[in-house]
Structures are given as structure tokens and as C-alpha cells.
Design a protein around this ligand. Structure first.
Ligand code: PLP
Length: 394
């Protein structure tokens, strides 16, 4: 018998992995080339060569007992100093190594933050549509995830909805730009408004409300600058991951970054350090940390994702679908052609198209297309999308 809490969450889950697996089965029946599986966000562009080169060099050069031994829970000091230095040069910030904690990707960073900040019943506000795992992360620590729906005409945060979502129990706001599932990059104007409201609410409630910026897609932005949130709000905690930037989600490496003037910084750092141990991470993988000494700023070739995005976005709009131009990540959020997005996804399967229903992301009536597929697959899918569209016109 498993915990009731987990049982409930398993029963509620719309499992996108299941749809992905179904797509794999369909591929074995109809042929891989005839299935358009746009379900999961698994990078499809090769990691840059520097990743392997750097790992090989470290394996050859570092003292094996140091490399494979336990580092400090928060990570190797030279790596943390290197990251702080890189962030300061790139974003004009003032980090030091004592504000950097190496983590096993963004997922573990967020749960470490939840463990550090949440007491029973505390609230976390996030902009919806949102990455579906956020709910499980927060509920695992007996917190409550409160969605603040974006303006669905622009996919930007809606200030009024956001303000109404904040309460005395709000411990932090979880923001994700470029966004999964919409591909939206939140604008300077949207972020200014969000931070103004946060500043006002902090004053009103008399305690900090942290802004946790989950940034696994920062490097995947197409001809647009992704604003750096510490410039907008002092109590910002940045979560970064190399999973998508370097196409290495299996390697589990990322970090938490906090500037020295974040409120209660000493407690936060001590709490997060202990949380690394208590949650069983102990430390982020040592070799992957050291690898970053050579590729802190590296990125996959994003022109490949951009090409696929353009094919799909332009193709779908031409057919008649409604979608808002996505400026980042590798997702396209498309309005379903009927109210029930799950039924729409079922109908799409008849055309061998697999997509994730928007309801899984608190975006009912929409679907998510994960376009981390080769451009030629995107191209070949367009006639299938056209047939699907025509069915709904009858
Ligand atoms: N946050 C968002 C918005 C994501 O889309 C993902 C993964 O897809 C994660 C966090 C977790 O990523 P990581 O592999 O860095 O743990």
C-alpha cells in the first residue's frame, strides 16, 4: 500500500510519458517515419563537442580520489566561484561562490528550495500554464501550488490575476521563462509589473516573498533577450540547469544562485545545504560539476530548434490553427479545435499526431507540441495537421 497523498497525485496525473510510450508502440506498427510524436521535451540536438572533451580532460587530469570522492554538499568551490564569475560578467550581477549551490538539475534545485521554505499549508504561486511537475514538487512538502493564469491572448502574466493569487501564506513565486509549455518569453514590461506587485505585497505582509526563477530554457531563446530577474527584484533566487542548454538531461547538473543581499541569505544557504543531504542528493555529480569549468557558457546549436519552430508555427498558422508565436524553449502552445483538449489529442492520434493536452499544464482548451524533433519530421507532419483541421471544419 502506498501513501494516500501519492495515490491521489498518481490518480490525478495526466501522464504525458504514457502518450509518448503509446507513440513508440504506434511507430512499431505503422513505421517510425509515419508517427509524429510531439509529446515529451527530450532534447534532439547533439550536445556541443566541448562537453565530452571537457569530461575526458578532467578524467585524465584530476586526482581520482578527489574527483570521485564526496565534495562539499553545495559543490566544488572552484566550480561555484567560476559560475559566480560567469554570471557577474554576463548579467552584471554581484554573486560570489557562497551564493552558488550545485544541484542535480533544476528539478532537485526546486525541491531543495521547497524543503527550505515551506511549512505545512504554505503557498507557492506560479504562472499558468506551468510545467506539470511543479504541483508534485510543492505538494511533496505539504505546500499548495496556486496557479495564476496568464493572459491567454498573449501568454504573458496577468497582473490582476497574479495579485489576487498572493496571500499571507505565499512563501515564493515560481516563474519560468522561456516557458514550458507555452514557449513564451516574459517581457520586460510584464516582469516589471510582477515585481512591483511582489514588492508591495512583501511590505504589506511583512515577510519576504521570494521569486524563484526556473531557467532551464534560458539559452533556448530565438532572437530575443531573456530578462535577468535579479535586476527587477532583490529577493530573486535563480535556478539554472544544463539539461536543455547542453542537451545533457541524463547527466543531472544545474545550480541555485543567490546574491548576498537576498533577505535571510545565511539561513537560506544553511537550509539549502542541509536540504541537499536530507533529501538524499548529498551533492550534485562531481564529474559533471568539474565539466562546467570548460563549458559554463556553452550551448547547443539553437538554430536547429529555431528552424523546426518556424516550420511548425508558420505551417500551423497557415492551415488555420491559433497559436501564439513562441520565442523560446522548444514548445508551441496551440488552441485545440474543440473545448476538451484530451479529446482533441485523441482525434489527433487518428492522424498519427501525438501531443500533450493543455489541461496537464493548467491550460485547458490548448495542446502542447514539443518540437524537439528533426525539421523533416515537422515538415512531414503538416499534411496530417491539415487533415485534422479539415475534419473539424465539417
Ligand atoms: N523546470 C522546467 C520548466 C522544465 O521544463 C524541466 C524539465 O523539462 C525542469 C524544470 C527539470 O529539468 P532538469 O532536467 O534540469 O531537472
Amino acid at each position: 500500500m502506498i501513501a494516500k497523498r501519492l495515490r491521489r497525485s498518481l490518480d490525478d496525473a495526466i501522464c504525458i510519458r504514457d502518450i509518448f510510450e503509446e507513440g513508440k508502440k504506434m511507430a512499431s506498427v505503422y513505421g517510425k517515419e509515419n508517427i509524429f510524436n510531439f509529446t515529451i521535451g527530450n532534447p534532439s540536438v547533439e550536445p556541443p563537442a566541448i562537453v565530452n572533451e571537457s569530461m575526458k580532460e578532467i578524467l585524465d587530469q584530476e586526482d581520482p580520489l578527489t574527483l570521485h570522492g564526496y565534495p562539499a554538499n553545495v559543490g566544488h568551490p572552484d566550480v561555484r566561484a567560476h559560475i559566480a564569475d560567469y554570471l557577474n560578467r554576463t548579467f552584471d550581477c554581484h554573486y560570489d561562490e557562497n551564493g552558488i549551490i550545485m544541484t542535480s538539475g533544476a528539478a532537485s534545485a526546486i525541491v531543495v528550495i521547497c524543503n527550505t521554505l515551506l511549512d505545512y499549508g504554505d503557498e507557492v504561486v506560479t504562472f499558468a500554464p506551468y510545467f506539470w511537475e511543479y504541483k508534485s514538487y510543492v505538494e511533496s512538502f505539504y505546500g499548495k501550488l496556486v496557479p495564476a493564469l496568464c493572459d491567454m491572448k498573449t501568454l504573458q502574466p496577468d497582473p490582476q490575476t497574479f495579485e489576487a493569487a498572493l496571500t499571507e501564506r505565499t512563501r515564493f513565486v515560481l516563474i519560468n521563462t522561456p516557458n514550458n509549455p507555452t514557449g513564451a518569453v516574459y517581457t520586460d514590461a510584464s516582469l516589471k509589473k510582477v515585481c512591483e506587485i511582489l514588492e508591495k505585497k512583501q511590505q504589506e505582509y511583512g515577510h519576504p516573498i521570494y521569486l524563484v526563477s526556473d531557467e532551464p530554457y534560458r539559452k533556448l531563446a530565438y532572437d530575443i533577450e531573456v530578462p535577468y530577474l535579479t535586476h527587477y527584484y532583490k529577493n530573486t533566487i535563480v535556478v539554472y540547469s544544463y539539461s536543455k542548454a547542453l542537451s545533457i538531461p541524463g547527466e543531472r547538473i544545474g545550480y541555485i544562485a543567490m546574491q548576498p543581499d537576498v533577505e535571510d541569505m545565511g539561513d537560506l544557504f544553511a537550509g539549502m545545504t542541509a536540504s541537499m543531504r536530507y533529501l538524499g542528493y548529498v551533492n550534485a555529480p562531481s564529474l559533471q560539476q568539474k565539466m562546467l569549468l570548460k563549458c559554463v557558457d556553452a550551448s547547443v546549436d539553437i538554430s536547429i530548434y529555431r528552424e523546426t519552430r518556424d516550420i511548425l508555427y508558420e505551417g500551423l498558422v497557415k492551415i488555420g490553427y491559433t497559436c501564439i508565436h513562441p520565442d523560446g524553449a522548444f514548445y508551441l502552445f496551440v488552441k485545440a479545435l474543440e473545448e476538451d483538449d484530451s479529446k482533441f489529442c485523441e482525434a489527433a492520434k487518428e492522424e498519427k499526431i501525438l501531443m500533450a493536452p493543455g489541461s496537464a499544464f493548467y491550460g485547458p482548451g490548448w495542446v502542447r507540441i514539443s518540437y524537439c524533433v528533426p525539421a523533416k519530421v515537422a515538415e512531414r507532419s503538416l499534411p496530417a495537421f491539415e487533415r485534422l483541421y479539415q475534419k473539424y471544419q465539417k
